[in-house]
Design a protein. Sequence first.
Length: 272
Amino acid sequence: MAHEEIKSCCADAYSRDVVALLLGDSYHPGGTALTRRLADHLALAPGLRVLDVASGRGTTALLLADSYRVRADGVDYAPANTALAQGAAQAAGLADRTAFTTGDAEHLPYQDEVFDAVVCECALCTFPDKARAAAEFARVLKPGGRLGLTDVTADPDRLPPELSGLTARIACIADARPLQAYAEILAAAGLRTRVTERHDQAMLRMIDQIQARLDLLRITAPARLADAGVDLDAAPAVLDAARAAVTAGLLGYTLLTAVKTPMAAADLPAGT
Ligand SMILES: C[S@@+](CC[C@H](N)C(=O)[O-])C[C@H]1O[C@@H](n2cnc3c(N)ncnc32)[C@H](O)[C@@H]1O
């Protein structure tokens, strides 16, 4: 499948209201508690300029603007998410300290070296060209700027068939990488990993939450699930496979911070 098609499928899926019904406002394991932990690791402080890549409905950027008093930009591939994030910013009285734009993580619509920090939660795992996205994170960061990721980690070669394919890819699983692979992709872009933490229990809690909400919606709103294309017959096997994969150490959730370091001359692409 072409890269643009994968991105559109993912963005379309995460624009649907059923995702909010299943996950709440924060579309990643660990929710806003993990976002706060990430912000603390990044030492976010009032006045810093922060970019949230793949900002969804704006939950992370709004939290950072509100609780850490940063100026937060958010960029997401889905125009519907951008519109919802802008509405949420207005409603929260944060429109003067936030800006939401539709755009592609692999071609960020910002100038070089403008952000003190870049965050990206549960999304690098879905980007078809992760090296290109990492290079974009580095390009828009100021020298010494900090990157904060929370993301799915996986051993893709050992995942069962239920966790492969396009649906699993959109569910952030099928194209996730081991932590070491993420660190290598970032290092090649000039982003040196500093802190890593495993949060696999948060992944298990999210799986349990999705199961509980699906069980409820199956009774209260089955038509809504069907309209959204949720296959209720297939869901239990996928959730069970995901739970087993986390327990077996093949799937997990990780927090990572990195710092933008000057590239050695030998590392620079030819012609620069
Ligand atoms: C799992 S959600 C995470 C949303 C948000 N970061 C959060 O944690 O609540 C993945 C998000 O990535 C966005 N996305 C997917 N591909 C993208 C791309 N190439 N560039 C920007 N956003 C993208 C989707 O539209 C979706 O909002």
